[in-house]
Write a protein of this length. Sequence first.
Length: 637
Amino acid sequence: MSDLDPRPATGFTEAANSAAIVDFDDEVDFAAAQRGLIAQLPGGRVGQAGNAVWDVASHDFLRTDDPPPPSVHPGLWRQGRLNSNHGLFEVADGVWQARGYDISNITFMAADDGWLIIDPLTTEATAAACLALANDTLGTRPVSAVIYTHSHVDHFGGVLGVTSEEAVTAGDVRIIAPDGFLEEAVKENGHAGPIMSRRALFQFGPLLAPGPRGQVDAGLGQALPLGANNLLAPTETIAATGEELTVDGIRIVFQNTPDAEAPSEMNFFFPDKSLLCLAENCTHNLHNLYPIRGAQTRDALAWSKYLQEALVMWGDHTDICFASHHWPRFGREDAKAFIAMQRDVYRWMHDQTLRLANHGHTPDEIADELTLPECFSHQSHVQGYYGTVSHNVRSVYNRYLGWYDGNPANLHPLPPVEAAGRYVEMMGGADNVIAGARRAYDEGDYRWVAQVLNHVIFDDPTNQTARRLSADAMEQLGYQSESATWRNSYLMGAFELRHGSLQLGRARQPAMAKAMTGELLIDAMGVRFNPAGYRDAATMIWRITDLGEDHLLEVSNHAISQRRLDEVGPDWSAEPDEVDVTLSLDRATMVTIIDEAESFGPLVDDGTITIESGDAAVAAEFLAALDVFQTANIIEP
């Protein structure tokens, strides 16, 4: 075995996983996950440009009756087996789901004149393959409408696999989304996109080799597909709970659920089918109140109350409920019990975290103290295969009280590299720390090994002995993790400690930038603007011709500000007395020059960008002052 290969489970890990209690409703879950299967994707492989976006065979190791191997928590192994089911499944009369070809589900409803599609997956390739499977199996229909349940990319990124911008612009396809969808989708995938994408490699582990010592599952689904995603802006949004639409002959009643699983999200009910869609607010695992890839902290109290509201509104009228991940719940009483327990687990985490916080407990103390009570322990759908109690209670604390625990020792700590050198020196040098860490490893104290060696690595990233030992400890922590996201993060950390941090090159503007408004595009420039590389003040007018939007962009006090000049309102449309430059361009060109400042001059020269007045250098220098984001390091400075 090479020094770079994954290690086997140690005796400590094997004992820990053997002691884990997995006493769940296997008969119910496995029957529901397989119920209604009518077809499967031939070959189980989805390709794009010669590359595999998805390959069912990669997780064939889960499609056996073998017991869990010692390198996988038995609960996560069970979740992986459930998520390995794949195909087109009948959910209800006229309703089907394709599951197991993406981390999320795509739902097809037979409407009067075509398909009503709910959540077109993460990538164009997987969505197109699932639409083809539905058409080949059930008869070809045009797509007449698409519903985005919420603002996460795995629920809209594949939209160009089921429709086109031309069809939407022509009015042939409606796209319906919750209030605030476009803004929230852009904030998450645009403003923080480069670092979030980097951290997502740890959360989902798409670069880890599938297998018992590698990527087993993602909790919400088998894995994250690696393919192109895009965004088409909604044609209509749902502003309030109780709003009702008829979409191609199908009646739908909506419930807005902002700041639950996503900042913009909605549940909805089909009264003529006694069918409830719970978006991603009710899935077959404990969800995240804060995903470790990074995102806005979610509101556990609001989440619980939305589920209570859904129960009151529709519980006694629901025969089947389904979600954007996992399998449906069949039968009224089972659906109500499912929603009620999900409601209770989020409320329990919220209330108990704040109870302990008000006693003066810190977030780390609360995270170590709270464990799921007995009442939840025999229901698999509230177990931590994705989110965990540990990081969820930290999230509740953070939402109310922020990052600071109240102890002045933690008010202004040294940054990691500076602190690391001091720690290592105080502990007697790197060799002494490594010797202590090795003793801790031999005793199975892997959390401490990873924690203490992090100081050595941040003090000296070239210390291979520390890196290898830390990798070994992280690997065992991954093997012991019930949560897929924790497992993937630990194993990805071990991989990079052994092989070196990944360098994936320059982060580009996401393809969804093509759907942004002018204001959102200017906001995207703001988070990249480095004032050290620009003049003290500037005033620019950006005319975005195809959107019919005129934006005043000003630079002052090391920050940008923006307002629309074409909006009606007191003083909003007034231009300043002096403008340094006015330029006209279309949205696609604006996306290009934000990403590639060097293209500005040639696009002015060939007439793609028109300088209506002023000095083009003001805009060129501004674009040149936008930072280019490269791959960020995670496990080392």
